[in-house]
Design a protein around this ligand. Structure first.
Ligand code: HEM
Length: 423
Protein backbone atom coordinates (compact mmCIF):
# COMPACT_ATOMS: atom_id res chain seq x y z
CA UNK A 1 0.00 0.00 0.00
CA UNK A 2 1.29 3.51 -0.85
CA UNK A 3 2.05 5.57 2.24
CA UNK A 4 -0.17 8.61 2.78
CA UNK A 5 2.67 11.15 2.26
CA UNK A 6 3.40 9.55 -1.12
CA UNK A 7 -0.14 9.65 -2.49
CA UNK A 8 -0.99 12.31 -5.08
CA UNK A 9 -2.56 15.41 -3.56
CA UNK A 10 -3.85 16.58 -6.95
CA UNK A 11 -5.71 13.48 -8.07
CA UNK A 12 -6.47 11.51 -4.90
CA UNK A 13 -10.16 12.14 -4.29
CA UNK A 14 -10.00 11.46 -0.53
CA UNK A 15 -7.14 13.96 -0.09
CA UNK A 16 -8.94 16.56 -2.20
CA UNK A 17 -11.93 16.25 0.10
CA UNK A 18 -9.87 16.30 3.29
CA UNK A 19 -6.20 17.33 3.05
CA UNK A 20 -5.30 17.59 6.72
CA UNK A 21 -4.11 14.02 7.40
CA UNK A 22 -2.07 14.14 4.19
CA UNK A 23 -0.39 17.40 5.22
CA UNK A 24 0.44 15.94 8.64
CA UNK A 25 1.95 12.84 7.02
CA UNK A 26 4.01 15.10 4.72
CA UNK A 27 5.09 17.23 7.70
CA UNK A 28 6.65 14.12 9.25
CA UNK A 29 9.01 14.04 6.26
CA UNK A 30 10.09 17.61 7.11
CA UNK A 31 8.69 21.16 6.82
CA UNK A 32 10.01 21.21 3.21
CA UNK A 33 9.54 17.92 1.38
CA UNK A 34 10.24 17.06 -2.26
CA UNK A 35 7.26 15.06 -3.59
CA UNK A 36 8.42 11.66 -4.86
CA UNK A 37 8.97 11.56 -8.61
CA UNK A 38 7.89 15.16 -9.15
CA UNK A 39 9.44 18.60 -9.58
CA UNK A 40 7.37 19.89 -6.66
CA UNK A 41 8.52 20.85 -3.20
CA UNK A 42 5.80 20.85 -0.56
CA UNK A 43 6.13 23.38 2.26
CA UNK A 44 4.12 22.63 5.41
CA UNK A 45 6.19 24.66 7.90
CA UNK A 46 5.00 28.11 8.98
CA UNK A 47 8.38 29.90 8.93
CA UNK A 48 9.35 28.14 5.70
CA UNK A 49 6.10 29.20 4.00
CA UNK A 50 6.67 32.80 5.12
CA UNK A 51 10.20 32.69 3.75
CA UNK A 52 8.94 31.78 0.27
CA UNK A 53 5.94 34.13 0.30
CA UNK A 54 8.14 37.11 1.18
CA UNK A 55 10.85 36.35 -1.38
CA UNK A 56 9.95 37.72 -4.81
CA UNK A 57 13.59 37.73 -5.98
CA UNK A 58 13.93 33.97 -6.19
CA UNK A 59 10.29 32.94 -6.74
CA UNK A 60 7.71 33.87 -9.37
CA UNK A 61 3.95 33.91 -8.78
CA UNK A 62 3.21 32.92 -12.36
CA UNK A 63 1.93 29.48 -11.31
CA UNK A 64 -0.28 30.76 -8.48
CA UNK A 65 -3.51 30.33 -10.52
CA UNK A 66 -2.71 27.08 -12.32
CA UNK A 67 -1.03 25.40 -9.36
CA UNK A 68 2.17 23.38 -9.19
CA UNK A 69 0.99 20.19 -10.92
CA UNK A 70 0.69 21.55 -14.48
CA UNK A 71 3.78 21.34 -16.73
CA UNK A 72 5.73 24.49 -17.62
CA UNK A 73 5.28 25.90 -21.14
CA UNK A 74 9.07 25.88 -21.65
CA UNK A 75 12.16 23.81 -20.88
CA UNK A 76 13.74 25.25 -17.71
CA UNK A 77 17.39 26.22 -18.09
CA UNK A 78 19.92 28.80 -16.90
CA UNK A 79 20.32 30.43 -13.52
CA UNK A 80 17.45 32.91 -13.81
CA UNK A 81 14.17 31.93 -15.40
CA UNK A 82 12.71 35.47 -15.35
CA UNK A 83 13.18 36.16 -19.11
CA UNK A 84 11.74 32.74 -20.03
CA UNK A 85 8.75 33.27 -17.74
CA UNK A 86 7.95 36.65 -19.30
CA UNK A 87 8.40 35.29 -22.83
CA UNK A 88 5.96 32.44 -22.11
CA UNK A 89 3.56 34.12 -19.66
CA UNK A 90 0.66 33.52 -22.06
CA UNK A 91 1.28 29.77 -21.84
CA UNK A 92 0.43 29.65 -18.11
CA UNK A 93 -3.23 29.27 -17.16
CA UNK A 94 -4.17 32.60 -15.55
CA UNK A 95 -0.65 33.98 -16.18
CA UNK A 96 -2.21 37.36 -17.06
CA UNK A 97 -4.01 37.76 -13.73
CA UNK A 98 -2.84 40.09 -10.98
CA UNK A 99 -2.11 37.21 -8.63
CA UNK A 100 0.32 35.76 -11.21
CA UNK A 101 2.19 38.97 -12.03
CA UNK A 102 5.74 39.59 -10.89
CA UNK A 103 7.84 42.68 -10.26
CA UNK A 104 6.85 46.06 -11.65
CA UNK A 105 3.88 44.70 -13.57
CA UNK A 106 2.45 43.48 -10.27
CA UNK A 107 3.19 46.73 -8.41
CA UNK A 108 1.48 48.73 -11.16
CA UNK A 109 -1.65 46.62 -11.36
CA UNK A 110 -1.98 46.40 -7.62
CA UNK A 111 -1.78 50.20 -7.39
CA UNK A 112 -5.01 50.38 -9.40
CA UNK A 113 -6.78 48.28 -6.79
CA UNK A 114 -5.94 50.80 -4.10
CA UNK A 115 -8.56 53.05 -5.76
CA UNK A 116 -11.22 50.52 -4.85
CA UNK A 117 -10.19 49.74 -1.34
CA UNK A 118 -10.05 53.28 0.03
CA UNK A 119 -11.54 53.82 3.51
CA UNK A 120 -14.45 55.89 2.13
CA UNK A 121 -15.34 53.28 -0.51
CA UNK A 122 -15.14 50.51 2.06
CA UNK A 123 -17.36 52.51 4.43
CA UNK A 124 -20.02 52.96 1.76
CA UNK A 125 -19.71 49.29 0.85
CA UNK A 126 -20.01 48.37 4.55
CA UNK A 127 -23.41 50.05 4.76
CA UNK A 128 -24.55 47.95 1.80
CA UNK A 129 -23.06 44.83 3.42
CA UNK A 130 -24.93 45.22 6.73
CA UNK A 131 -28.21 45.92 5.01
CA UNK A 132 -27.89 42.94 2.67
CA UNK A 133 -26.73 40.64 5.50
CA UNK A 134 -29.75 41.69 7.57
CA UNK A 135 -32.11 41.05 4.69
CA UNK A 136 -30.75 37.61 3.71
CA UNK A 137 -30.37 36.31 7.26
CA UNK A 138 -33.71 37.85 8.27
CA UNK A 139 -35.49 35.89 5.51
CA UNK A 140 -33.73 32.68 6.51
CA UNK A 141 -34.60 33.04 10.20
CA UNK A 142 -38.23 33.78 9.31
CA UNK A 143 -38.29 30.53 7.30
CA UNK A 144 -36.63 28.66 10.19
CA UNK A 145 -34.05 27.11 7.86
CA UNK A 146 -31.73 27.72 4.94
CA UNK A 147 -28.99 26.18 2.87
CA UNK A 148 -26.20 28.52 3.88
CA UNK A 149 -24.01 28.32 0.77
CA UNK A 150 -26.63 28.67 -1.95
CA UNK A 151 -29.27 30.78 -0.19
CA UNK A 152 -26.94 33.20 1.57
CA UNK A 153 -23.19 32.95 1.06
CA UNK A 154 -22.99 32.91 -2.76
CA UNK A 155 -25.54 35.66 -3.55
CA UNK A 156 -24.17 37.73 -0.67
CA UNK A 157 -20.51 37.74 -1.75
CA UNK A 158 -21.46 38.28 -5.41
CA UNK A 159 -23.64 41.27 -4.65
CA UNK A 160 -21.07 42.77 -2.29
CA UNK A 161 -18.34 42.79 -4.96
CA UNK A 162 -20.83 44.00 -7.55
CA UNK A 163 -21.64 46.90 -5.23
CA UNK A 164 -17.98 47.68 -4.56
CA UNK A 165 -17.20 47.73 -8.27
CA UNK A 166 -20.33 49.68 -9.10
CA UNK A 167 -21.96 47.09 -11.37
CA UNK A 168 -25.32 48.58 -12.38
CA UNK A 169 -28.17 47.16 -10.30
CA UNK A 170 -29.99 45.91 -13.41
CA UNK A 171 -27.07 43.64 -14.38
CA UNK A 172 -26.42 42.09 -10.98
CA UNK A 173 -28.87 39.24 -11.49
CA UNK A 174 -27.07 38.24 -14.70
CA UNK A 175 -23.82 37.94 -12.74
CA UNK A 176 -25.51 35.86 -10.03
CA UNK A 177 -27.11 33.52 -12.57
CA UNK A 178 -23.77 33.02 -14.33
CA UNK A 179 -22.03 32.11 -11.07
CA UNK A 180 -24.90 29.86 -10.06
CA UNK A 181 -24.63 27.96 -13.33
CA UNK A 182 -20.82 27.65 -13.16
CA UNK A 183 -18.95 24.52 -11.97
CA UNK A 184 -17.49 24.19 -8.45
CA UNK A 185 -14.16 25.98 -7.87
CA UNK A 186 -10.79 24.25 -8.36
CA UNK A 187 -12.44 21.09 -9.68
CA UNK A 188 -10.25 18.81 -11.81
CA UNK A 189 -13.16 17.11 -13.52
CA UNK A 190 -12.52 17.54 -17.29
CA UNK A 191 -16.12 18.69 -17.94
CA UNK A 192 -15.86 21.23 -15.15
CA UNK A 193 -12.45 22.40 -16.31
CA UNK A 194 -13.83 23.27 -19.72
CA UNK A 195 -16.63 25.26 -18.13
CA UNK A 196 -14.52 26.67 -15.28
CA UNK A 197 -14.07 30.12 -16.72
CA UNK A 198 -17.47 30.57 -18.31
CA UNK A 199 -18.98 32.83 -15.64
CA UNK A 200 -15.81 34.97 -15.71
CA UNK A 201 -15.84 35.13 -19.50
CA UNK A 202 -19.42 36.37 -19.46
CA UNK A 203 -18.62 38.95 -16.78
CA UNK A 204 -15.56 39.99 -18.76
CA UNK A 205 -17.84 40.85 -21.67
CA UNK A 206 -19.97 43.05 -19.44
CA UNK A 207 -16.93 44.76 -17.96
CA UNK A 208 -15.44 45.41 -21.38
CA UNK A 209 -18.64 47.25 -22.25
CA UNK A 210 -18.73 49.22 -18.95
CA UNK A 211 -15.11 50.30 -19.26
CA UNK A 212 -15.42 51.27 -22.94
CA UNK A 213 -18.58 53.30 -22.15
CA UNK A 214 -16.98 55.11 -19.26
CA UNK A 215 -13.81 55.92 -21.12
CA UNK A 216 -16.07 57.64 -23.66
CA UNK A 217 -18.29 59.35 -21.11
CA UNK A 218 -17.29 59.21 -17.43
CA UNK A 219 -20.19 59.12 -14.95
CA UNK A 220 -18.54 59.71 -11.59
CA UNK A 221 -19.01 56.10 -10.45
CA UNK A 222 -16.47 53.46 -9.36
CA UNK A 223 -16.31 52.00 -12.85
CA UNK A 224 -15.52 55.42 -14.32
CA UNK A 225 -12.74 55.85 -11.80
CA UNK A 226 -11.29 52.42 -12.60
CA UNK A 227 -11.54 53.11 -16.30
CA UNK A 228 -9.61 56.37 -15.92
CA UNK A 229 -6.98 54.84 -13.62
CA UNK A 230 -3.34 55.46 -14.52
CA UNK A 231 -0.21 53.57 -13.51
CA UNK A 232 2.29 55.29 -11.15
CA UNK A 233 4.32 56.42 -14.21
CA UNK A 234 1.25 58.21 -15.65
CA UNK A 235 0.56 55.71 -18.47
CA UNK A 236 -2.94 54.28 -18.84
CA UNK A 237 -3.52 50.51 -18.72
CA UNK A 238 -5.21 49.08 -21.77
CA UNK A 239 -8.90 48.35 -21.58
CA UNK A 240 -8.46 44.59 -21.23
CA UNK A 241 -6.15 45.04 -18.24
CA UNK A 242 -8.92 46.84 -16.33
CA UNK A 243 -11.45 44.26 -17.46
CA UNK A 244 -9.22 41.41 -16.24
CA UNK A 245 -8.69 43.13 -12.91
CA UNK A 246 -12.39 43.73 -12.29
CA UNK A 247 -13.33 40.22 -13.39
CA UNK A 248 -10.56 38.70 -11.28
CA UNK A 249 -11.99 40.35 -8.17
CA UNK A 250 -15.17 38.35 -8.67
CA UNK A 251 -13.20 35.13 -8.94
CA UNK A 252 -10.86 35.91 -6.04
CA UNK A 253 -13.54 37.09 -3.64
CA UNK A 254 -16.25 34.62 -4.54
CA UNK A 255 -15.67 31.10 -3.29
CA UNK A 256 -13.05 32.14 -0.79
CA UNK A 257 -15.47 34.28 1.27
CA UNK A 258 -18.50 32.06 0.65
CA UNK A 259 -16.67 28.94 1.77
CA UNK A 260 -15.19 30.66 4.82
CA UNK A 261 -18.76 31.40 5.91
CA UNK A 262 -19.61 27.70 5.61
CA UNK A 263 -16.46 26.52 7.40
CA UNK A 264 -17.02 28.96 10.28
CA UNK A 265 -20.68 27.99 10.61
CA UNK A 266 -19.79 24.29 10.64
CA UNK A 267 -17.61 24.86 13.70
CA UNK A 268 -20.18 27.05 15.40
CA UNK A 269 -23.10 24.62 15.12
CA UNK A 270 -21.09 21.89 16.81
CA UNK A 271 -19.96 24.11 19.67
CA UNK A 272 -23.16 25.32 21.41
CA UNK A 273 -21.23 26.86 24.32
CA UNK A 274 -19.18 28.96 21.90
CA UNK A 275 -22.39 29.95 20.11
CA UNK A 276 -23.79 31.29 23.39
CA UNK A 277 -20.52 33.01 24.25
CA UNK A 278 -20.51 34.88 20.92
CA UNK A 279 -24.20 35.77 21.30
CA UNK A 280 -23.49 37.22 24.73
CA UNK A 281 -20.41 39.10 23.50
CA UNK A 282 -20.51 39.78 19.73
CA UNK A 283 -17.20 41.65 20.04
CA UNK A 284 -15.60 38.18 20.09
CA UNK A 285 -16.87 37.33 16.58
CA UNK A 286 -13.80 38.72 14.74
CA UNK A 287 -11.50 36.67 16.97
CA UNK A 288 -13.55 33.55 16.25
CA UNK A 289 -13.32 34.20 12.52
CA UNK A 290 -9.53 34.66 12.63
CA UNK A 291 -9.23 31.34 14.44
CA UNK A 292 -11.39 29.64 11.79
CA UNK A 293 -9.20 31.23 9.09
CA UNK A 294 -6.21 29.60 10.76
CA UNK A 295 -7.82 26.24 11.50
CA UNK A 296 -9.88 25.84 8.37
CA UNK A 297 -9.31 28.78 6.03
CA UNK A 298 -10.90 28.52 2.61
CA UNK A 299 -7.65 28.68 0.59
CA UNK A 300 -5.63 25.53 1.18
CA UNK A 301 -2.59 26.42 -0.88
CA UNK A 302 -0.82 28.63 -3.36
CA UNK A 303 2.27 28.05 -5.50
CA UNK A 304 5.50 29.68 -6.68
CA UNK A 305 7.94 28.83 -9.44
CA UNK A 306 11.62 28.80 -8.48
CA UNK A 307 13.38 31.37 -10.71
CA UNK A 308 16.92 31.19 -9.33
CA UNK A 309 18.86 28.63 -7.28
CA UNK A 310 17.64 29.20 -3.72
CA UNK A 311 17.22 27.67 -0.30
CA UNK A 312 14.16 27.34 1.88
CA UNK A 313 15.44 27.09 5.46
CA UNK A 314 18.57 25.39 4.15
CA UNK A 315 16.73 23.09 1.71
CA UNK A 316 18.05 23.53 -1.86
CA UNK A 317 15.58 24.27 -4.64
CA UNK A 318 16.42 24.57 -8.34
CA UNK A 319 15.10 26.88 -11.10
CA UNK A 320 12.08 25.26 -12.73
CA UNK A 321 10.95 23.49 -9.55
CA UNK A 322 7.58 24.44 -8.14
CA UNK A 323 6.90 25.28 -4.54
CA UNK A 324 3.54 24.08 -3.23
CA UNK A 325 2.88 26.35 -0.25
CA UNK A 326 0.37 24.55 1.94
CA UNK A 327 -1.20 27.51 3.76
CA UNK A 328 -3.57 25.14 5.55
CA UNK A 329 -0.61 23.14 6.89
CA UNK A 330 1.50 26.20 7.85
CA UNK A 331 -1.50 27.37 9.85
CA UNK A 332 -1.37 24.12 11.84
CA UNK A 333 2.41 23.93 12.26
CA UNK A 334 2.91 22.79 15.90
CA UNK A 335 6.21 24.70 16.04
CA UNK A 336 4.19 27.92 15.64
CA UNK A 337 0.76 27.11 17.08
CA UNK A 338 0.10 25.37 20.37
CA UNK A 339 -2.44 22.54 20.11
CA UNK A 340 -2.90 23.49 16.43
CA UNK A 341 -5.87 21.23 15.63
CA UNK A 342 -8.05 22.84 18.30
CA UNK A 343 -10.29 25.89 17.93
CA UNK A 344 -9.13 28.23 20.70
CA UNK A 345 -10.59 31.71 21.08
CA UNK A 346 -8.10 34.46 21.96
CA UNK A 347 -4.87 32.91 20.68
CA UNK A 348 -2.03 35.43 20.92
CA UNK A 349 -1.02 37.02 17.57
CA UNK A 350 -3.73 35.07 15.78
CA UNK A 351 -3.76 37.51 12.85
CA UNK A 352 -0.33 36.24 11.82
CA UNK A 353 -1.96 33.17 10.24
CA UNK A 354 -1.32 32.69 6.53
CA UNK A 355 -4.91 32.19 5.36
CA UNK A 356 -4.65 35.39 3.30
CA UNK A 357 -1.06 34.71 2.22
CA UNK A 358 1.68 37.26 3.01
CA UNK A 359 4.11 39.56 1.27
CA UNK A 360 3.61 41.39 -2.03
CA UNK A 361 0.62 39.25 -3.04
CA UNK A 362 -1.15 39.26 0.32
CA UNK A 363 -4.90 39.13 -0.26
CA UNK A 364 -6.09 42.55 -1.37
CA UNK A 365 -9.64 41.71 -0.31
CA UNK A 366 -8.84 40.57 3.24
CA UNK A 367 -10.37 43.67 4.91
CA UNK A 368 -13.51 43.21 2.84
CA UNK A 369 -13.70 39.47 3.53
CA UNK A 370 -13.42 40.12 7.26
CA UNK A 371 -16.24 42.68 7.20
CA UNK A 372 -18.50 40.49 5.05
CA UNK A 373 -18.22 37.37 7.13
CA UNK A 374 -18.51 39.25 10.42
CA UNK A 375 -21.71 40.96 9.23
CA UNK A 376 -23.37 37.62 8.45
CA UNK A 377 -22.40 36.11 11.81
CA UNK A 378 -23.60 39.17 13.72
CA UNK A 379 -26.98 38.84 12.03
CA UNK A 380 -27.25 35.09 12.56
CA UNK A 381 -26.29 35.24 16.22
CA UNK A 382 -28.45 38.23 17.13
CA UNK A 383 -31.55 36.92 15.35
CA UNK A 384 -31.45 33.33 16.69
CA UNK A 385 -31.37 31.56 20.03
CA UNK A 386 -29.97 28.42 18.41
CA UNK A 387 -28.41 27.40 15.11
CA UNK A 388 -28.07 23.72 14.33
CA UNK A 389 -27.61 21.50 11.31
CA UNK A 390 -30.54 19.76 9.70
CA UNK A 391 -29.93 16.24 11.02
CA UNK A 392 -32.07 14.61 8.33
CA UNK A 393 -29.42 15.75 5.84
CA UNK A 394 -26.20 16.03 7.85
CA UNK A 395 -26.70 13.34 10.55
CA UNK A 396 -26.37 13.91 14.28
CA UNK A 397 -23.56 15.62 16.17
CA UNK A 398 -20.52 13.33 16.30
CA UNK A 399 -21.66 11.48 13.16
CA UNK A 400 -22.05 14.30 10.67
CA UNK A 401 -22.33 13.80 6.93
CA UNK A 402 -20.69 16.75 5.23
CA UNK A 403 -19.78 17.13 1.60
CA UNK A 404 -16.66 19.14 0.78
CA UNK A 405 -15.81 20.42 -2.70
CA UNK A 406 -13.16 18.20 -4.37
CA UNK A 407 -10.87 21.17 -5.08
CA UNK A 408 -7.10 21.38 -4.82
CA UNK A 409 -7.28 25.06 -3.87
CA UNK A 410 -10.49 25.72 -2.00
CA UNK A 411 -11.48 24.18 1.33
CA UNK A 412 -15.21 24.45 1.65
CA UNK A 413 -18.56 22.73 1.91
CA UNK A 414 -20.76 22.16 -1.11
CA UNK A 415 -23.83 22.76 1.09
CA UNK A 416 -24.74 23.34 4.73
CA UNK A 417 -28.40 23.00 5.72
CA UNK A 418 -29.23 24.95 8.87
CA UNK A 419 -32.12 24.83 11.33
CA UNK A 420 -32.67 28.24 12.85
CA UNK A 421 -34.52 28.96 16.11
CA UNK A 422 -35.54 32.66 16.21
CA UNK A 423 -34.40 34.70 19.21
C1 HEM B 1 -11.94 34.41 3.15
C2 HEM B 1 -11.78 34.99 2.02
C3 HEM B 1 -10.47 35.04 1.25
C4 HEM B 1 -9.36 34.26 1.34
C5 HEM B 1 -9.11 33.07 2.29
C6 HEM B 1 -8.41 34.77 0.38
C7 HEM B 1 -7.13 34.26 0.18
C8 HEM B 1 -6.17 34.81 -0.62
C9 HEM B 1 -4.80 34.37 -0.71
C10 HEM B 1 -4.19 33.21 0.07
C11 HEM B 1 -4.16 35.17 -1.60
C12 HEM B 1 -2.67 35.13 -1.95
C13 HEM B 1 -2.37 34.25 -3.13
C14 HEM B 1 -0.88 34.15 -3.37
O1 HEM B 1 -0.05 34.71 -2.65
O2 HEM B 1 -0.50 33.46 -4.33
C15 HEM B 1 -5.15 36.10 -2.11
C16 HEM B 1 -4.89 37.06 -3.07
C17 HEM B 1 -5.84 37.91 -3.54
N1 HEM B 1 -7.14 38.07 -3.08
FE1 HEM B 1 -8.03 37.02 -1.63
N2 HEM B 1 -8.98 35.82 -0.29
C18 HEM B 1 -10.24 36.03 0.21
C19 HEM B 1 -11.14 37.00 -0.18
C20 HEM B 1 -10.92 37.94 -1.14
C21 HEM B 1 -11.83 38.97 -1.54
C22 HEM B 1 -13.21 39.21 -0.93
C23 HEM B 1 -11.24 39.67 -2.57
C24 HEM B 1 -11.72 40.85 -3.37
C25 HEM B 1 -12.79 41.46 -3.33
C26 HEM B 1 -9.93 39.09 -2.77
C27 HEM B 1 -9.02 39.55 -3.69
C28 HEM B 1 -7.73 39.07 -3.81
C29 HEM B 1 -6.78 39.61 -4.76
C30 HEM B 1 -7.03 40.75 -5.74
C31 HEM B 1 -5.60 38.88 -4.60
C32 HEM B 1 -4.31 39.02 -5.40
C33 HEM B 1 -3.41 40.01 -4.74
C34 HEM B 1 -2.09 40.14 -5.48
O3 HEM B 1 -1.70 39.24 -6.21
O4 HEM B 1 -1.46 41.18 -5.31
N3 HEM B 1 -9.76 38.05 -1.90
N4 HEM B 1 -6.35 35.87 -1.49
Amino acid sequence: MIELAERDYFTDHDILLDPYAYFEAARERGPVYRLPGRDIVLVTGFEEALEVLKNTDDYSSVIAPQGPAAPLPFEAGGVDLSPLIEAHRGGFVGGDLLVAYDGEQHTFSRSILSRLFTPSKLRANEAFISELAGQLVGDAVAAGRCELIKDIATPFVTLVIADLLGVPADDRQVFMDAIDAGPPPGSLDPDDLAAQNQPLVLMGMYFAQYVADRRQSPRGDVLSELSAAAYPDGSQPDLMEIVRLATFLFGAGQDTSAKLLGNAMRHLVDMPALQQQLRADPALIPDFLEEVLRLEGSTKMTARLVKKPAQIAGFDVRPGEKVFIALAAANRDPRRWEDPGKLILGRPRIKEHLAFGRGAHVCAGAPLARVEVRAIFEEFLSRTSDIDLDETIHGSRGARRLEYEPSFIIRGLAALNLKLTPA
